[in-house]
Design a protein around this ligand. Structure first.
Ligand SMILES: Cc1ncc(COP(=O)(O)O)c(C=O)c1O
Length: 195
């Protein structure tokens, strides 16, 4: 609720997505459930409050957790998103039209099954949203692109120096991105080639 007041104060004309919590502890390597998202019982109060303050909630978002190992978690999340769309309708809010399905994808054989599950779920649960204008679906793939893009080959005669790489190194590592900074091993590779 505090966040809604903050948005009202700082950016009252923005379009908002309601982040939904996804119960996916066992199906993903890194669940975001405890960090982000409205539980089902919090959806109506949050939407009602945003609406009362004149804020525009255009849709929902979720993140099923990184590197999921089963496709059905997307179906459950899309069901929860649909329920939130229905709550908005019941509250006579402007029709929501954005469905952000987040990330969690890996570039492996499960991807096709996940894509099929997502397509079938959207067709099933959002059949009343006929056109792209009625429903804009967006995704936020992260590891899908980054994880398999490179293979690092290190010659132990070289120095490897990683300057500040943001949240992914010990310099700024954080549990936020699934890295316990104390658990990140430090390797120093050096060479005698130049000596
Ligand atoms: C808001 C948000 N979207 C997308 C991603 C990408 O997630 P993934 O790498 O699991 O696809 C992250 C990862 O931290 C995230 O926090």
């Amino acid at each position: 609720m505090d966040e809604i007041h903050k948005i009202k104060r700082c950016h009252p004309k923005c379009s908002l997505l309601l982040r939904i919590a996804v119960l996916s502890d066992k199906s993903s390597w890194r669940s975001f459930r405890t960090r982000f998202g409205a539980l089902s019982e919090q959806v109506a109060p949050l939407l009602r409050h945003a609406h009362k303050l004149g804020l525009r909630v255009v849709g929902t978002s979720f993140h099923v957790g990184s590197k999921v190992s089963e496709s059905q978690v997307y179906r459950r999340a899309i069901t929860a998103a649909r329920a939130a769309f229905d709550v908005a309708d019941e509250l006579k809010m402007p029709k929501m039209h954005v469905l952000d399905i987040g990330g969690g994808f890996k570039a492996n054989q499960l991807f096709d099954e996940i894509a099929e599950t997502i397509n079938v779920s959207i067709k099933g649960y959002f059949s009343d949203h006929q056109s792209a204008f009625d429903l804009m679906v967006m995704a936020e793939p992260g590891r899908f692109f980054a994880e398999t893009a490179f293979t690092m080959v290190a010659n132990l005669n070289d120095y490897l120096v990683f300057h500040n790489m943001g949240a992914y190194t010990t310099s700024a590592g954080a549990n936020f991105n699934g890295f316990c900074i104390y658990a990140i091993p430090m390797y120093v590779a050096f060479t005698s080639a130049n000596n």
